[in-house]
Write a protein that binds this ligand. Structure first.
Ligand SMILES: [Zn+2]
Length: 346
């Protein structure tokens, strides 16, 4: 009899305990505050930004039409990988057991972002040369918004920085070829223009366009030799559409002779296709891949991709750049496309 009671008690205990385990693995809820976007919320809760899709899945009913958060509403957070909570396996999660990942510090990303979490080694072996268009004495395309002057080079640079940080976080070696020592990743819609961007490692950018492109190309080619034999990609990022009057959507260009360049472009395009269909269904995405006779594509030795992320002078595209979450989303999508390319073509 005593044994039986003991048995019953342990059963009850087991049920209680199991119930508790279940409760503890429920998704944590947070309330959206003014200025919160999905990425912002993930960041604040130490979750990797690629959890955005899961976040949308979890909170579909509580999001606005373009997935904006509604102030005061409660949102479920995805459970961080590495905490052991996978489907069908629900271990006890201790409080504050947020994943501890090693970080590396890069001052170029600015005070708030200089500590980069090293999330994975998926891109280990890959080398990226990131060139944001214009810079130094050349602001690129100029737009007026809300009484301010917006310069293309600042927005291209911010997106490029975010891309660099993502790629490092996934294990890549990244060179920021256009660089600004005092503009880290910036939030907010207005990115104040300046002219102190440098070319890697710390070269003054010449005013003459041909000299400027030659300088970048020479720097990239010198580094290319150093890393010969590795998977290397040059990514050039612009936010003006020089080829079209009606500059909307995202265009990917490669050199005519480069089949690898074309593949990289196609991997990026496919990723953007999927993302637009998930995040803005019905919008209709019309990005393209084509070859183009461009100096950086033609004379740089690494496989090169030239990306026009839209046109800062176009009202519809402007939103893509002045909203910080959109700049982060573009960087994330580029990261995903590049990861796909590395996986397929390394
Ligand atoms: Zn440009």
């Amino acid at each position: 009899m005593q044994l039986f009671i003991k048995y019953i008690f342990s059963l009850i205990f087991l049920f209680l305990f199991a119930g508790q385990v279940w409760a503890q693995t429920d998704h944590k809820q947070v309330t959206a505050e003014k200025g919160d976007g999905i990425y912002n919320l993930l960041r604040k809760n130490n979750l990797p930004l690629h959890y955005v899709d899961e976040f949308i899945k979890l909170n579909k009913a509580s999001l606005g039409p373009s997935h904006e958060l509604i102030i005061g509403k409660k949102y479920f957070l995805p459970v961080a990988a590495g905490s052991g909570a996978t489907a069908g396996n629900k271990p006890v999660i201790e409080e504050n057991s947020s994943k501890v990942v090693p970080t590396a510090t890069y001052d170029i990303f600015g005070e708030a972002y200089k500590k980069v979490p090293l999330e994975s080694t998926v891109l280990s072996g890959a080398v990226y040369y990131l060139v944001s268009g214009h810079g130094g004495p050349d602001p690129g395309a100029i737009a007026r918004y809300n009484g301010r002057t917006l310069c293309e080079d600042e927005y291209a640079y911010d997106i490029t920085l975010r891309l660099a940080r993502n790629l490092i976080s996934e294990g890549a070696l990244v060179y920021m070829i256009t660089r600004d020592n005092n503009d880290g990743i910036r939030n907010g819609w207005y990115l104040a223009p300046d002219k102190d961007e440098k070319c890697y490692p710390n070269l003054t950018i010449p005013i003459n366009q041909n000299s400027r492109l030659r300088q970048r190309k020479d720097v990239v080619n010198r580094l290319y030799k150093k890393h010969k034999g590795r998977y290397q990609r040059l990514i050039v990022i612009h936010v003006d559409s020089r080829s079209r009057g009606e500059g909307i959507d995202v265009f990917f260009y490669h050199d005519r002779r480069s089949s690898s360049g074309k593949k990289t472009c196609l991997n990026l395009l496919e990723t953007f296709d999927v993302k637009y269909n998930t995040h803005q269904p019905g919008r209709g995405y019309h990005g393209t891949v084509s070859d183009r006779n461009l100096y950086m594509l033609k004379y740089s030795w690494p496989v090169a991709t030239f990306i026009e992320l839209g046109n800062i002078n176009h009202q519809r595209d402007l939103k893509r750049f002045i909203i910080e979450d959109n700049r982060q989303a573009l960087a994330n999508w580029l990261t995903e496309g590049l990861m796909k390319d590395f996986h397929n073509n390394k």
